[in-house]
Structures are given as C-alpha cells and as structure tokens.
Design a protein. Sequence first.
Length: 222
Amino acid sequence: LFVIKAPKLFPVAYNLIKPFLSEDTRRKIVVLGANWQEVLQKYIDSDQLPACYGGNLTDPDGDPRCKTMIKYGGDVPKSYYVRESVKQQYDQTISISRGSSQQLEFEILFPGCVLRWQFASEGADIGFGVFIKTKVGGRQKAGEMVEVVPSERYNAHLVPEDGSLTCLDPGVYVLRFDNTYSLFHSKKVSFSVEVLLPDSQSEAPLSQGLIKSGTELHTNGQ
C-alpha cells in the first residue's frame, strides 16, 4: 500500500494505529515523499497509471483523474469515528521524578531474541533509549553503557511510541526512560515490554532462564 501526498498530521494518526498492526502489515505500508510519482512508475505500468499520478491513463473524455474507473473516497461518516473508544492498554505505569530516570533491565541469555516496547507519557514528553550493560551486577550510568537505540525525547503524550530491537548478543539490555532534563515536573509513563524468542527456541518456556527482567530507579541524572 503506497500512501502519497499525505497531510502533515498523517504520521500522528498512523502512529496511533501502528500498535494494533502486525509486523507483516506494517511492512506492506509505504509512505512516499516528494518523489512519489517516480516510485509509482517503478511498480505500475504507465498505461495503467492515471495521468494525474504520473502515468498515461485517462478517461475517454481526457480526464486525467479517471473518475469513471476509480472510486474516489469522501468524508468519513462520524458514525465510524473510534478515537474515543480505541485506547491502548499497558502492562505497567510508573512515575518518574523530576531530574531522574527509570531503567528496566532485561537479561537476554540467548541471541536472536526480539525486544519490543510500547509506551505513552502523560502531560509532557519523555526521553527513551536502549543500552547494553558493560559489566555484570550493580547499576551503571547511561554514559558507562553501550547505546544501541539512541536516547531521544519523544512526544509520547501526543502519540504512543513503539519499537523493537533484535538482540544479536546475550547480555543485560536496559530500557531507560529519561526525565533528567526536567527541572520541575515529574512524568507518568505507561508501558508494555515483551521479549520474543528466536524461531529455533520459539517453543522453549521462559522458565528455562532464557530471559530475566527487573527494574531499577536511577536518580540525580544517572
């Protein structure tokens, strides 16, 4: 599915529904940029592509939009609106004090596991990044760990965020929610995290020790 000439608010709407889509469905949706006509011509023959989209196809009366062949959409009836009824459910909710961070540790003992996360904040943005600890035991500052997903500030109070990481190496992976930049406001974050086993271990129970998890609160900018 190619999305062309998307309005500026489209990424906001798309991010709202992404958590409900499977990985296969996400891969089938491609949002095109300014070169959308060039991309369409690579996948659609010119004689099958309407002239208004960069092809040669027109209606018998010369209309480049081919209205006799294509059923164009219109306004969505308000009875189909589901914005208020669709709400993401999260496994946990935490409060992060001003000037502090929250770390979630997942010990991955088997390579190839996929770490997936979804989160939303209340009232304001929140920082998020993924790290690997460089030593066993004890807590580490962000600067002492290896950053594998760059730490950024997300407007998760406007649009829920989600992502995933394939853990190529065993180790302790740290999901870090960062509020160290906030001098006055604490943040409430709701999140869900899951670990998907590699195909070769898909039938192995988690109790065999492939995965361990824990949480730890780091304050004073750590």
